[in-house]
Design a binder for this molecule. Sequence first.
Ligand code: NAP
Length: 248
Amino acid sequence: MSVLQGKVAIVTGASRGIGRAIAKKFAENGAIVAFTYLSSEEKARQLEDELNALGGIAKGYKSDAANFAAAEQLVNDVVAQFGTVDIVINNAGITRDNLLMRMTEQQFDEVINANLKSIFNLTKAVTKPMLKAKKGSIVNIGSVVGVNGNAGQANYAASKAGAYGFTKSIAKELGSRNIRCNAIAPGFIKTEMTEVLDPKVVEGWVAGIPLKRAGEGDDIAELCVFLASDKSTYITGQVINVCGGMSM
Ligand code: NAP
């Protein structure tokens, strides 16, 4: 039997990259998938068609993860359409890399809002249906950079480190209500986000990864399925690296 059969999942930022892989893996495992995007209308429509063709139920919502009111609207819309929300994957994220000396206030704020405030927005909105259902699983996508830091990514690293503090606090607050909250820290995963990196830098990273390869979206998606499913009901408050051994 499919491990997510009939469960309603919201996956943010699924028009591309890791989110797209998660949405597909969830549909393959029987979940009803409500996914969001910001600007990639065409890709989102294609994904909706693809997931529905898998025999599942899926719907894309244009919703800015950084916007508090939009998160509330999203949850209301999903509950109106599918009855509840069992799973949230806070995946939407951006980079605005720059050395601190050159980093603008706007670059800092944009990253914090899209990567960290977004997690607050949707987690807060979803607690209502989850408390009512007396269950839920929330997974926040962080980064190994959130623990290790990275030159040129002070904004991004801060947003991901913030996500871990948030994850652990929510796990403590909502554990007694059977709502779990975990984070995944991907290493270097091949997506449009990492396509922009200097190939020389990438080569150096891959050489330093014990498994000697970049990760795929599916590497993250498989763990999301496990953390979202009833196979992980005693796991909460954890940050789990999926990085080929890049970070230990
Ligand atoms: P990506 O290929 O750039 O895709 C980002 C996705 O997020 C897109 O679907 C985009 O939607 C969506 N998005 C961005 N801002 C949004 C917003 N404000 N509201 C709603 N959706 C928004 O990135 P990725 O590599 O898949 O990364 C996904 C997550 O994994 C991010 O949180 C990232 O920080 C994390 N991560 C990635 C790596 C890596 O190596 N790739 C490593 C560590 C962590 P549109 O297409 O509509 O713009």
